[in-house]
Design a binder for this molecule. Structure first.
Ligand SMILES: NC(=O)c1ccc[n+]([C@@H]2O[C@H](COP(=O)([O-])OP(=O)(O)OC[C@H]3O[C@@H](n4cnc5c(N)ncnc54)[C@H](O)[C@@H]3O)[C@@H](O)[C@H]2O)c1
Length: 329
């Protein structure tokens, strides 16, 4: 039923050459949606045209920057759905240079929303926020009413995005949804730096034949989410009217420890090993403690919960990068 609704839908995906965006684009194209990708392909960011190679003849790919309202207006005109996934996504980078977070994530989101307001006021806009908007968690699992105490400009910028989405819904009557997404892993993420998704980085260490390094005892809990499950949540949010104007956690209420993750990687990469190291003072200061999401709201409103178990997701990730390593290393 959900699948059929996408056939012929006009969809704009910002950041569609990146990790989550391209996974979403592949799924939408398979279901017959008319997809336009807007991606600025900024150096060192996650955009990779190889991610889209298998559907290039069925989609439109536009080198476009979300900060340019004029271009975004041209691309958004008359679309049914906008998935806004473009962002500066590195927490670590935002600590030393916070300006891209303000410029791309905040100004860029306003530019996109102005474009949508003027050229596609009936469109649904789904924005990808982060569980980092919460910061450290006092009560687990963390639900949407928990206080937000973000620990970096990246997270602050996405919390601002959330307020922007809610404002455009309340004041301009746009159909917006903001998802607070947890640590996501899987194929198509860039693998060049440890400054991005930690689960994928540990996969890279194993595939490189170097020990998987865990800080402390590795027992810190996270709700690692496989990218296909994340994409499923994004798509459900777009077609569920009860979600519009809402902020919804997308994660897993059955957490795993970093040690569980590393052991799953070792099972998928025979010969890989785990090494425990002390926290650096900087990492200790940033470590938020255990985190996992209360996803009952996503279940109630979207009928969603994750379906891919950690070992299965890790195996698929390892298989993908073994096959396509040259495109990502
Ligand atoms: N990967 C995760 O674990 C995770 C977790 C929570 C939230 N998110 C959010 O999901 C979204 C997608 O993240 P991702 O992991 O796929 O990252 P990614 O870096 O792979 O993708 C982001 C894409 O945005 C593009 N982009 C950056 N600046 C742009 C601009 N000014 N104009 C147009 N395109 C631009 C990049 O080229 C890249 O293709 C982001 O909003 C991120 O904050 C990701």
């Amino acid at each position: 039923m959900l699948e059929a609704t996408w056939n012929g839908k006009k969809v704009l995906v910002t950041g569609g050459a990146g990790f989550i965006g391209s996974t979403l684009v592949l799924r939408l194209a398979a279901l017959g949606a008319q997809v336009t990708v807007a991606d600025a392909m900024l150096p060192e960011y996650g955009g990779n045209l190889f991610n889209l190679e298998s559907v290039r003849d069925r989609i439109r790919v536009q080198m476009a920057d979300v900060r340019d309202e004029h271009i975004m207006a041209l691309l958004a005109e008359g679309v049914d759905v906008v998935f806004h996934l473009a962002a500066q996504v590195s927490h670590v980078k935002s600590l030393s240079d916070p300006y891209p977070d303000i410029d791309i994530n905040i100004k860029g989101t306003v530019a996109l929303m102005e474009a949508v307001r003027k050229t596609a006021p009936g469109a649904v806009v789904v924005r990808s926020g982060t569980r980092g908007e919460y910061g450290a968690s006092a009560t687990l699992p963390v639900n949407e009413d928990a206080p937000t105490q973000p620990r970096g400009l990246y997270e602050i910028s996405l919390l601002a995005n959330e307020k922007i989405m809610l404002m455009y819904h309340a004041s301009h009557k746009l159909k917006t949804v903001h998802l607070r997404i947890t640590n996501t892993y899987g194929p198509r993420a860039q693998m060049r730096s440890s400054h991005y998704g930690v689960a994928n980085w540990l996969v890279r260490l194993a595939l490189d034949g170097t020990p998987i390094t865990l800080m402390g005892d590795g027992l810190q809990k996270r709700d690692f989410l496989y990218v296909d499950d994340c994409v499923d949540a994004l798509m459900r949010a777009a077609v569920t009217p009860a979600a519009w104007g809402e902020v919804i956690n997308i994660g897993d209420d059955h957490p795993s420890s970093f040690r569980d993750l590393a052991q799953s990687i070792v099972r998928a990469v025979p010969g890989a090993s785990i090494q425990y190291i002390d926290y650096t003072p900087e990492r200790r200061a940033l470590e938020p403690g255990d985190f996992y999401s209360d996803i009952s709201k996503a279940g109630r409103i979207l009928g969603w919960r994750p379906t891919v178990a950690l070992q299965e997701g890790v195996q698929r990730t390892v298989d993908y990068y073994r096959a396509h390593r040259a495109q990502y290393w």
